[in-house]
Design a protein around this ligand. Structure first.
Ligand SMILES: Nc1nc2c(ncn2[C@@H]2O[C@H](COP(=O)(O)OP(=O)(O)OP(=O)(O)O)[C@@H](O)[C@H]2O)c(=O)[nH]1
Ligand SMILES: [Mg+2]
Length: 384
């Protein structure tokens, strides 16, 4: 699958850079392209300066002109800015890479303003113009250290609600507490977190593009399978396990016990993918799921794929399941998992509940202030 990646705001731009880097790796190591073009949209020149240095073949920076107005830290003000500027933004993107892409991937930090408000607006415009292309959103949830901040909760809830109405699928990423030292998040930690965020996409995007090459597995997983699977709230993960480093098992014909132990390694990689899912969720709440096995060709056997499919069916009994495999890695097995069409995600419910409580408290406070003000006016008038 080839994505057209559009990152909006600081977080979105940095992660668009992460996808461009993934594409570079795919081109060098696997001779396939998985990103037709990556764009970084932001409202300050400074934030785009680094991308300009890397060249438009890597990430194309696009300046969102105009200024944030009203409550400039709110998702609403980011949305307003994008509504005013999307024509100029799209002209700045020069429509490169739109036709070769199988889908759009928009990226934003939900707790900010420019990306959080801007992504739903620009995604809606492109959805209307390119009706046949799926729209995916990669939504980065706040760090734990931000999660109690009322503005952050409000922006996140607003962003999730708006994106859910536009995107075919929203892939949720729990930023969690990773990389945070007190209130401070060192930049190198952010870079590591971002690498982890993009990593699960690598094999998934490469698989279909490698169709016809010698590494295509018996059961190719292509863009159609991904599009059929990704719907609504989505979680994604990847896990690896190492085969015993004997060299022996790579070349000797395998007996029944070897095959068994290799399949155990595959299951180990799957378990690791499941514990690393990008957002905590219950698999029994999934309407769709997908697995992709990446193994050394000499160790691949049908039992592995079957075992993965069976295990996923046990864990997600209501899900329509798709799967596939391809060959790579000298001594490692990698399993990628997508859990989609989730009917319930605890983190979303908790954000919606807390945001609603804050709004409720704010309107109560506003009503009480109004009441106090008007009784003051009345007593002032009575005393005259
Ligand atoms: N994983 C990850 N999360 C980030 C990164 N940068 C910001 N975030 C998260 O995204 C949220 C804010 O998003 P930003 O992208 O900084 O905001 P913005 O869209 O530029 O809008 P402004 O608030 O106007 O700057 C932060 O509160 C963090 O939770 C990043 O590089 N990686
Ligand atoms: Mg910003």
């Amino acid at each position: 699958m080839k994505l057209l990646v559009i990152g909006v705001g600081d977080c979105g731009c940095r992660l668009a850079g992460g996808f461009a880097q993934l594409n570079k790796t795919a081109k060098t190591k696997r001779h396939v392209s998985i990103v037709s073009r990556a764009y970084a949209l932001n409202n300050t020149r400074e934030s785009l300066a680094n991308f300009a240095k890397l060249g438009p073949d890597f990430v194309q920076p696009v300046l969102i002109r105009g200024s944030l107005t009203g409550d400039t830290k709110s998702s609403e003000s980011g949305a307003k800015l994008m509504r005013q500027e999307y024509d100029r933004v799209l002209a700045g993107m020069r429509l490169g890479g739109f036709f070769e892409a199988d889908a759009f991937l928009f990226i934003a930090g939900a707790a900010g303003s420019v990306g959080s408000g801007g992504v739903p607006v620009i995604a809606q415009v492109l959805k209307e113009r390119y009706v046949d292309k799926p729209i995916y959103a990669l939504v980065i949830m706040p760090f734990d250290s931000e999660s109690d901040d009322p503005r952050c909760l409000h922006n996140t809830a607003t962003c999730l609600n708006a994106i859910n109405q536009v995107a075919d699928a929203s892939i949720l990423i729990d930023n969690g507490g990773v990389g945070v030292m007190g209130d401070f998040i060192p930049l190198e930690n952010i870079a590591n977190v971002n690498k982890e965020i993009v990593a699960p996409f690598y094999d998934l995007l490469c698989a279909g593009e490698m169709d016809g090459q010698k590494n295509a597995g018996a059961n190719v997983l292509d863009a159609g399978d991904i599009a059929q699977t990704m719907k609504s709230w989505t979680s994604i993960g990847v896990g690896t396990a190492k085969f015993a480093d004997t060299g022996f098992s790579l070349f000797k014909s395998k007996d029944f016990r070897d095959k068994g132990s290799e399949t155990i390694k595959v299951m180990e990689a799957m378990n690791s993918a499941l514990v690393r899912l990008s957002i905590d969720c219950k698999l029994e709440n999934a309407g769709k799921a997908l697995y992709l096995l990446t193994v050394p060709a000499k160790l691949a056997n049908l039992d592995m794929v079957k075992a993965l499919g069976n295990r996923l069916k046990d864990l997600a009994p209501d899900a329509e399941i798709r799967g596939g495999s391809f060959y790579d890695y000298t001594n490692t097995v990698q399993v990628s998992i997508v859990v989609s069409e989730l009917i319930y995600v605890e983190r979303i419910k908790s954000i919606y509940d807390r945001a609603a409580r804050i709004t409720g408290m704010q309107s109560k406070e506003a009503a009480e202030t109004k009441q106090t003000d008007s009784s003051r006016v009345r007593s002032h008038q009575d005393s005259q």
